[in-house]
Design a protein around this ligand. Sequence first.
Ligand code: NZQ
Ligand code: ZN
Length: 383
Amino acid sequence: MRNFTFCNPVRIVFGKGTIAELGKLIPKSAKVLVTYGGGTIKKIGVYDQVKAALAGVDWLEFGGIEPNPEYETLMRGVELARQSGRNFLLAVGGGSVLDGTKFMSIAIPFQGKTAWDLMEGKVPIEAALPIGCVLTLAATGSEMNRFSVISRHETGQKTAISHDKLLPAFSILDPETTYSLPPRQVSNGIVDTWMHVVEQYLTFPLDTPLQDRQAEAVLQTLLEEAPKVLADPREYNVRANLMWCATMAFNGLLSCGGQGDYSTHRIGHELTALYGIDHGQSLAVLFPAVLRHQKADKLTKLVQYGRRVFGLQGADEQVANQAIEKTEQFFHSLGMKTRLKDYNIPAADYQKIAEKLAPRGMLGERQNIGAREIVEILRLAEG
Ligand code: NZQ
Ligand code: ZN
């Protein structure tokens, strides 16, 4: 096992009716900016619950944060917050609203000219406003992690950052808020959760039996709960289990002492930036191809994954192949597509995608995925 530091001070308030606790979690003296997306929260009653819980608090709102939150939009929120002297941000929505709000929290106190520089590491992150979160979509794990992923249409970028100052002070997770999710977002969320786990787990063995079993527990829970949520979207415990899986998948616990491989996510972000496909959709297309390409290097863990997660038996090579097929079948069972041609992504663009990523370093747990390998993976995902 490798050395690691684990510190996750995010307060999670989980369960039915927990939005009412907002009043206790936000200081009465705070000047709050409530941020949200395209308006779903107003249709599903979450906005009204937040409003009731914030009685007596000085708050304003900023809506319109889009899926794959856009820098330009967020900078409008930054202006509003600066002009109105806000000192606390409350994100109400899915991962995009929360990630966008995380970015706003560091951009508001930033005194330099271009806040995008914070995303590129050109200037240090020195200050941030505190953030709270009311989550309405189980997927990203952003509610309990240090990450924020922001898009910039102007330059075709979709960029992730990680920083301690991006940890929310608290996140309220009421599974009932997720009843209204359309099946596409439910499936995207399950795939995203799955991918966060496997990208920390399915690399090379480092003698981390506890972390391996923690990862396998999340995967097996997803296998069990996924068909139930598709069959009955209003089953509370199923929603609760999926929400908790998503949070546990990507809060730093599973990566303790291990070595990750985030190649599927990194290539996936480029597909979203270039063609606008959902984050979860990009992952479902790429992951089977990444596994096929990296099968030899990942063999030991791939066989363990096949045997323990899917209960496969037989010779290693056979188990590894079946494990990849089972993964793809699971994605199909969620209604996800697993080929680039399903999204009309032209083969002529593969080189361009690879060249966008290559200057940012090699991918994979062995740093063995460069431009050439990315093109090979895209070909395997073609159709
Ligand atoms: O905009 P609104 O009206 O809120 O509607 C949203 C949006 O259209 C809707 N939605 C949210 N909650 C709902 C709901 N619809 C009905 N009922 C509800 N309860 O769902 C749509 C998608 O929302 P979005 O927030 O974009 O989805 P998600 O949570 O999957 O977030 C995706 C973003 O997070 C990034 C992705 O790259 C993408 O930009 N990620 C962030 C990570 C992190 N911070 O750790 C890690 C991930 O790997 C990922 O990269
Ligand atoms: Zn993800």
